[in-house]
Design a protein around this ligand. Structure first.
Ligand SMILES: *Cc1c(COP(=O)(O)O)cnc(C)c1O
Length: 411
């Protein structure tokens, strides 16, 4: 499927790669939990991994595999596994690959629930160094003999710090450490995770990929760049003939099958339909975000605006090098002193007060009192989150309508 441009791939891959029955252009939803085998020896062979097939839909279904194929192909990976949510993809991946006593290096600017999951890992005896991943020195200085993994996001939410991905990828490749990148903010249409030598790329499908606020999902893709033969935590029974698949086999068995956060077949379909328009939506959202950030930056009604597309942003240059076609669609801001953010947000007609991001609609959320409330003041400070910070997830509305809405809040 190489001869076409990405836009073309997005709308034709399901049809061409998965060849759905009856000339359908989408893979149909396949709801069967169980699968019949005429010859019982085939059933035994599938269980033993000697033949491919489905035995029970917690482990795999036609719908999940079709979506996995799409995402793997589009990301340029060697294998992918879909999960019920982005958090399921993150927690199952880390849980299946790490052991008590391992050390990992993790971004100190993390999605709140991922941060909370990291604390659970610490309770299970995984040692974690939280570092500023916009500074690769901090990453290299934290690495010990026992470091198994570096975990970071591309653009952090809500303060939009950009990870030093190129440098971190080099460090991980040299030290033979798994680099897990949560690429939810800059999905594959705008960021090539293989170019920075990521080992595993995790994306919440709930956000930009599905895009319409109607379905949850997550995926992990193995880029094929990590050599699993050098990784001590792979169990003997998961070491098949192709070493490229060792990591994903363990993630599927220990992470998906044993934990059970399976993507429902009925969710795979709206996700793959969302995928078809991902590039168009991402482009518009990025353009809108840049226009809004410029408007806020130029206005004295706003005290701060964090957006990597502004040339005043500390990581603007890096973001320009890493990302294609824009700077993401998340920005955050503080209103000027004396303007009450609750009054302001309540006046906006188009912008919705809601938690979620990557939607077609523009959403606003005060973060310290909501998604980062549980983290406490000290952690918020380390993440650069001020108490009155508002996060925006910018949608695909008309740019001028959005600018008018933000101006209307001051009337
Ligand atoms: C939303 C989000 C997740 C979790 O995804 P869900 O599908 O909501 O579980 C993980 N990482 C980032 C960066 C996110 O924005």
């Amino acid at each position: 499927m190489k001869p076409y441009a990405l836009d073309t791939h997005l709308v034709h891959t399901d049809r061409l790669l998965n060849s759905p029955e009856d000339g359908a252009v989408h893979t149909p939803t396949s709801n069967s939990v169980l699968f019949e085998f005429e010859d019982v020896s085939d059933l035994e062979a599938v269980f033993q991994g000697k033949k491919t097939g489905h035995v029970y839909s917690r482990s795999s279904s036609g719908s999940a595999v079709a979506l996995q194929n799409l995402l793997n192909d589009l990301e340029g990976g060697v294998a992918a596994t879909v999960f019920s949510t982005g958090m399921a993809a993150i927690s199952a991946t880390l849980f299946s690959l790490l052991r008590t006593g391992d050390h990992i290096v993790v971004s100190q600017f993390l999605f709140g629930n991922t941060r909370s999951f990291m604390q659970a890992l610490e309770d299970f005896g995984v040692q974690i160094s939280f570092v500023d991943i916009s500074d690769s020195e901090q990453v290299s200085q934290s690495i010990t003999d026992n470091t198994k993994m570096v975990f970071c996001e591309t653009i952090a939410n809500p303060v939009t710090q950009v990870a030093a991905l190129q440098e971190i990828g080099e460090i991980c490749a040299q030290e033979n450490i798994i680099l897990v990148v949560d690429n939810t903010m800059t999905p594959f249409v705008m960021f090539d995770s293989k170019a920075v030598k990521s080992s595993l790329v995790i994306t919440s499908l709930t956000k930009y990929i599905a895009g319409h606020g109607s379905v949850l999902g997550g995926v992990v893709v193995d880029t094929g760049l990590f050599d699993w033969r050098k990784y001590p935590n792979i169990l003997e029974k998961y070491k098949g003939a192709d070493a490229n698949l060792w990591g994903m086999t363990q993630i599927r068995k220990r992470g998906l099958r044993d934990i059970g956060a399976t993507l429902a077949p009925s969710s795979a379909h709206p996700i793959s339909v969302g995928l078809e328009t991902l590039k168009l939506r991402m482009q518009r959202s990025c353009e809108n975000a840049l226009a809004i950030a410029r408007y806020m930056h130029a206005s004295d009604k706003f005290k701060t605006v964090h957006y990597p597309g502004l040339d005043t942003h500390p990581h603007h240059q890096r973001a320009s090098q890493l990302f294609d076609g824009g700077y993401g669609a998340i920005l955050s801001f503080e209103l000027a002193d004396g303007i009450d953010f609750r009054e302001y947000l309540n006046k906006l007609a188009l912008v919705i007060n809601a938690t979620h991001l990557g939607d077609t609609r523009t959403l606003a959320l005060p973060v310290s009192s909501t998604i980062f409330y549980e983290n406490g003041a000290e952690q918020r400070k380390a993440m650069g989150i001020s108490e009155n910070l508002i996060r925006l997830s910018v949608g695909i509305e008309d740019t001028q309508d959005l600018l008018n809405d933000f101006a209307s809040g001051f009337r």
